[in-house]
Design a protein around this ligand. Structure first.
Ligand code: ATP
Ligand code: MG
Length: 314
């Protein structure tokens, strides 16, 4: 069952007299119990796409469907409960003056779920599920480590039993040694509860560990998307190839945290007519400069490159 779907979503922000095209036509489907990773370098539109998907802001064009229903009009509010967000910095998303127990109970109280004793029991059970001790219930966020706080943030996101959790760089702020523990917890919870994850990351090794499907974004648009194995092991888009080549994944302790593809993406306020990757692509031709490549099926994945067939061959 598809629990989250984006249909050609666009998000433009007015900047002075121009429009900044943060997300410029992205579509995907995410099935229950699966993980779709969104990757790409800083500023490519990952967080904007996450906010659109989690119904935190409306798209300029296109639509989002949650559990098969279009997130429009009065339905938005109820569908929002089905897609909860986890952010990069768990400290910022927790109120320092509220105990962990209160933080977990709050979504239930706001949405009038259960009685007070039921809410408390539910919160205690969730604490246990995310691997925190019962004492955590009465403690405050500052009494926990970064990894523990992210466990709390995940627990809070799950209190309403959403079909989808959108996680925006959920482990990027954590020590490398703690990252794997939190990722494994997320996978265990997925198996146990059947949650789907929209998983935002710039770290390819994390994506390999988590996702069955991958969407590679470049300058607000999809460059390549599809089955994770196909995209990550047999990439067809020159940008994906560079992204993978610049990210060592053999030694997790020395994992690259930034992606180094030489050159700059085009300005998001001055779009160019052809392919957005022309300024950096080693294979660029005249056609690339004038004709925007459409996303099309090449082999097992969707690729937005005029030369995808050729590029896959060497
Ligand atoms: N509310 C906003 N108003 C104006 N511009 C915005 C807004 N939010 C994002 N942008 C712009 O949209 C583009 C995409 O930003 P976004 O935060 O989605 O990128 P990102 O891929 O998440 O980057 P990072 O990896 O650094 O988190 C950027 O050019 C950013 O400056
Ligand atoms: Mg971001």
């Amino acid at each position: 069952m598809t629990v989250l779907e984006a249909v050609n979503v666009v998000r433009h922000y007015p900047v002075g007299r121009k429009l900044l095209r943060a997300v410029d036509g992205v579509s995907f489907q995410l099935a229950a119990g699966r993980t779709l990773a969104v990757v790409g370098e800083s500023g490519c539109g990952k967080s904007t796409l996450a906010r659109l998907a989690a119904l935190m802001e409306p798209p300029t064009a296109g639509k989002i469907l949650v559990t098969g229903q279009p997130a429009e009009g009065p339905a938005r509010r109820t569908l929002q409960l089905q897609n909860q967000m986890v952010f990069q910095n768990p400290y910022a998303s927790l109120n320092p003056r509220r105990t962990i127990g209160e933080a977990l109970i709050e979504p239930l109280t706001i949405n009038r779920r259960g009685t007070r004793p039921e809410r408390i029991a539910d919160a205690r059970q969730m604490l246990d599920r995310v691997g925190l001790r019962p004492e955590a219930f009465d403690r405050y966020p500052h009494q926990f480590s970064g990894g523990q706080r992210q466990r709390v943030a995940i627990a809070r996101a799950l209190m309403l039993r959403p079909a989808v959790v959108t996680a925006d760089e959920p482990v990027s702020a954590l020590d490398v040694s703690v990252q794997a523990q939190v990722l494994n917890l997320m996978r265990d919870l997925q198996d146990e509860l059947g949650i789907a994850y929209l998983f935002i990351s710039h770290d390819i090794s994390v994506v390999r560990h988590m996702a069955q499907d991958v969407l590679v974004m470049y300058a607000g648009r999809p460059a390549e998307q599809g089955d994770a194995d196909a995209v990550l092991n047999r990439p067809r888009h020159p940008y994906t190839r560079l992204l993978l080549a610049s990210t060592p994944f053999v030694d997790p302790a020395r994992r690259a945290t930034t992606v180094a593809v030489r050159g700059e993406p085009p300005s998001p306020v001055d779009p160019i007519p052809g392919c957005a990757f022309t300024s950096r692509c080693p294979h660029v031709t005249e056609q690339c400069r004038t004709e925007r490549p459409l996303l099309r099926l090449v082999d097992k994945q969707l690729v937005a490159c005029h030369y995808a067939e050729r590029i896959g061959l060497y």
